[in-house]
Design a protein around this ligand. Structure first.
Ligand SMILES: *Cc1c(COP(=O)(O)O)cnc(C)c1O
Length: 234
């Protein structure tokens, strides 16, 4: 089924929904960064996104990040801000350390060590979020909440990493189950962030197409949106 709406229409609709969620929570919309998740989409779609005024793009596969970041490095209007949101194997840490502006899926001390080495080699400080398994599903990546304090302590000691917050994915849920299932999981992530020690107020990357309004009400600073912007992925 073809969609009659353009990307600009959808973006305006989403910005309205973000604004309404902020209003319900007494927050300012400028506190919420909209990350356009462009995974699987071609460069034409990414250029459209930048043309529509989106500045932050998210990818979850290293190969795609490398190809797209290199292709758009001199995009008119400036290079995008890159978010790497997928789980990362240590042998590909260098590509992410060299290109990502924010890495959302730090989940082990060994990965932190490797990223630190690669960021240092590139003369950068890599901003990272620790991914926490808030849904409790085995299939989800991220550290268990119980293991978070130790990982934070170890990762925050690396000089070329700036661990600046947490990322989490709630269990997929139908709209009528958001309050019962999803909201407590996001609230837990915010609570975990509040108990950590941070140089600045911690970032909270939570909320996808199906649950971003709940996430914003619970304090998300970054929402990661794919399908509501670009339609179903093939
Ligand atoms: C794909 C993906 C998203 C976006 O999901 P949508 O449901 O398309 O909005 C967000 N976060 C992560 C980690 C993803 O892999």
């Amino acid at each position: 089924m073809s969609d009659p709406h353009t990307l600009s229409d959808r973006l305006a609709f989403i910005r309205d929904r973000i604004g309404d969620a902020c209003a319900r929570a007494g927050r300012d919309p400028s506190e919420v960064t909209l990350i356009a998740v462009t995974k699987t989409h071609g460069l034409d779609v990414l250029r459209d996104a930048l043309g529509a005024g989106l500045t932050d793009l998210g990818e979850n596969r290293v190969g795609e990040l490398v190809e797209k970041a290199d292709a758009l490095a001199d995009a008119s209007g400036g290079a995008p801000t890159w978010h790497f949101i997928g789980s990362l194997q240590r042998n590909k840490a260098r590509d992410v350390a060299e290109r990502a502006d924010l890495f959302h899926a730090l989940d082990s001390p060994r990965l932190a060590k490797e990223l630190n080495k690669r960021a240092s080699g590139a003369g950068r400080v890599l901003r990272c979020l620790v991914q926490v398994n808030i849904s409790g599903e085995d299939s989800k990546h991220g550290v268990a909440p119980e293991a978070l304090p130790e990982l934070l302590e170890r990762a925050q000691a690396f000089e070329s990493l700036n661990v600046c917050g947490l990322m989490g994915m709630a269990e997929p849920a139908a709209p009528e189950d958001l309050d019962r299932i999803v909201r407590p999981q996001f609230a837990r992530l915010r609570h975990l962030a509040e108990t950590g020690l941070w140089r600045e107020a911690p970032l909270l990357s939570m909320g996808m197409s199906g649950d971003f309004e709940t996430a914003i009400e619970e304090g998300a600073t970054h929402v990661r949106l794919g399908r509501v912007l670009f339609g179903a992925r093939g």
